[in-house]
Design a protein around this ligand. Sequence first.
Ligand SMILES: O=c1[nH]c(=O)c2nc[nH]c2[nH]1
Ligand SMILES: [Zn+2]
Length: 475
Amino acid sequence: MTTSARVYYGAIINPVDLRHFDALPRALIGVTSDGEIAWLEKDVEDHQVQDLLAKHSWSDVELFALDKWDWLMPGFIDTHTHACQFPNIGIGQQYQLLDWLENVTFPTEAKFADTAYAKQIYPSVLTRLISNGTTTCCYYASLHLESTKILADIAHASGQRAYIGKCNMDRESPPTYIESSPEQSVADTEALIKYIRSLPTTLVHPIITPRFAISCTSLLLHQLGALAAKDPTVPIQTHISENLAEIAFTKSLFKDCETYADVYDSHGLLKHNTILAHAVHLEPREIELIKTRNAGISHCPTSNLNLSSGSVKVGEMLDKGIKVGLGTDCSGGFAASILTVVQHASIMSKVVSFEARGKVNSTASKSDSTFADKPLPVATLLYLATVGGARVCNLQDTVGSFEVGKSFDALRISLNPRTKNPGISAYEDPSGFKGADSEKLLRERLEKFLFCGDDRNIAEVWVAGRLIGGQNFSG
Ligand SMILES: O=c1[nH]c(=O)c2nc[nH]c2[nH]1
Ligand SMILES: [Zn+2]
């Protein structure tokens, strides 16, 4: 769907790299009717606007001036969540992973055998994620083909950019929630790929989804690896090295593999377009292998804390140049918002830094240019939530930041006291972005939003230039 071309005038936050973001109090951004960013001008005074529109031959285009409390920023990218687990968010947090799967999660996912249940649940999943500012999302669905097609239909109708996979699981699962054979699992996966590709969209894509090594026979993993080799444009998502009991069990099932990462690698499933959720307890040789294969990590700190899985040494991964994005991992994680994940990523990085202080070989004081064993700066958190996620999804040329030629997948954030977000309404600075300290104020406001904001502060959500959600969305 296209809208008319538009120009937005006001403040913009734009991630640059792991250590920097632009805070532009007075920017002018032109978005084509196809939702592509056509041009971006910085430091634009009011009296210059019309001349710049004329320069771009855009004088007749509708101009939207942002409120002094507002700014635009790229939409959030959730690199890992389970749409079929939203019904049990917030339940069973006394468990660790394997008991949690058995007692809470598999029984919930099994209900999606009923397509009526999928039709009841999935629309609210999309609405909730979009209203929290998630413009791109990587979804695990249940193992059921028909219900997963429904998720794809709903994602398509919602306008969100999405990767959707049905779980592959043919062993170590309950009798009521298991696939009958590797052949059936692969046939259903191929049928889903075909179905999603038949939808009239460029935004919704299939993704091969072996649940995790434990729930897949070697035969199934080999067949999925062959499928990925036959059609290399289909990405892969799975879990890796989340919990110590899980790792021990995995090694006992795949005795020929030295490490968890080897399991995926030896089955052709560790590639540049593989998304690995968690990576909590990776061995150094696994980190090297993941780097060599250029696979991406979905860092899910809310889930890792909630299921007592452990702390992730994200800084080390960033120092090695591994692609890292953020994931809500609902319902291992109890929050559907990437903002909560940002907050927990920050806290977790501080815990990692406390622990490192006590160790002789700590890298903490070695160099200012490294991330290992240090709290993640605000710029890094912003990057992980946007560009980092885009890189993990291999969408870095399309989304993640505002650059000419990229898609306008964007949020309008508002700290207007009218939003009634308690953490923010106390922060009433009437000056807007006009004074000499505008940039500093904007940087402070971003930090305030990342740590105290929520969906009340997300006024508008666009994907490919189309308004699809936010507090001001009535559609
Ligand atoms: O956080 C997780 N959620 C899951 O549903 C799951 N399945 C395997 N491993 C998993 N980890
Ligand atoms: Zn998960």
